[in-house]
Design a protein around this ligand. Structure first.
Ligand SMILES: NC(=O)c1ccc[n+]([C@@H]2O[C@H](COP(=O)([O-])OP(=O)(O)OC[C@H]3O[C@@H](n4cnc5c(N)ncnc54)[C@H](OP(=O)(O)O)[C@@H]3O)[C@@H](O)[C@H]2O)c1
Length: 235
């Protein structure tokens, strides 16, 4: 039996901590497909994960800018060819550039939608086209997608779309035995949070390990008793 986990935005923050938890705790895991852009930080994260990887799980890094839809489509074909079925997909990668409404650059709005909404959609659609049968899809939205925040127009709008898109995925994919969970974290101490709130003390807010623990729980047998339309995770 194989069990493959795929995590986008796996180079740092919540995505990296999610990979770490599964590697440490899921004895059935055979492959992890990781996605982020090429960087020293990603290389360093991969090296640290390899050190933790005492059970010989295949760690398969891929490099892609998720704003590039053609690249995402090609990546899905590569993953299907190289690793077969993806059992658990965590659509975690996220982007934001907070500015007041008057300063929103339309190209940046499109980039935000491409990374936060179109990429998770494309991963699911393209892998389905490859014949993939998902057990579980976890889409990471945000509490900012439930209530819009001043200065965060593009980010809030994109995350609201993730919440709604997840509801449709949940309904449409249930017949294939796929569970779709949307989680909306609150403030979490990561690089992305520093962009949104540069003056905040990261030690006073939720840590990425906390969100990763919730994702792990959702993938465990008990997870199916707690999935809901949109699971808010906050301190
Ligand atoms: N931190 C919070 O307070 C908070 C709250 C609610 C929701 N969230 C959501 O949680 C998710 C994870 O974010 P995080 O807080 O863990 O932030 P993070 O540490 O900054 O990680 C973001 C991840 O997304 C990837 N990413 C961003 N743009 C990309 C692109 N164009 N192509 C490929 N990968 C890209 C990054 O990879 P690169 O190495 O390529 O940059 C990185 O791995 C996001 O969806 C975010 O919106 C965060």
């Amino acid at each position: 039996m194989t069990k493959t986990l795929m995590v986008t935005g796996a180079s740092k923050g919540i995505g990296l901590e999610t990979v770490r938890r599964f590697l440490e705790n899921d004895a059935d895991l055979t492959t992890v497909v990781l996605v982020a852009r090429k960087s020293d930080e990603y290389d360093q994260a991969l090296a640290e994960l390899e050190e933790l990887n005492t059970r010989g799980v295949t760690l398969a890094p891929y490099y892609a800018d998720l704003a590039d839809r053609e690249g995402v489509i090609a990546l899905c074909a590569d993953v299907a060819r190289d690793h077969g079925n993806v059992d658990i997909l965590v659509n975690n990668a996220g982007y934001t550039k907070p500015v007041p409404l008057q300063q929103v650059d339309f190209a940046d709005f499109e980039r935000t939608m491409a990374v936060n909404v179109y990429a998770p959609f494309t991963f699911v659609q393209e892998l389905l086209h490859q014949g993939n049968q998902f057990q579980l899809i976890v889409n990471i939205a945000s509490t900012a997608g439930i209530n819009g925040r001043s200065g965060w127009l593009t980010y809030s709008a994109s995350k609201a779309a993730v919440i709604n898109m997840s509801e449709v995925m949940r309904e449409e994919l249930a017949i294939y035995g796929t569970r779709v969970v949307c989680i909306s974290p609150g403030r979490t101490a990561t690089a992305l949070r520093r962009v949104l709130a540069p003056d905040e003390d990261p030690s006073t807010i939720m840590q990425p390990q906390d969100v990763a623990a919730v994702i792990e729980m959702l993938a465990s047998p008990v997870g199916r008793f707690v999935d809901s339309a949109n699971l808010v995770v906050r301190q």
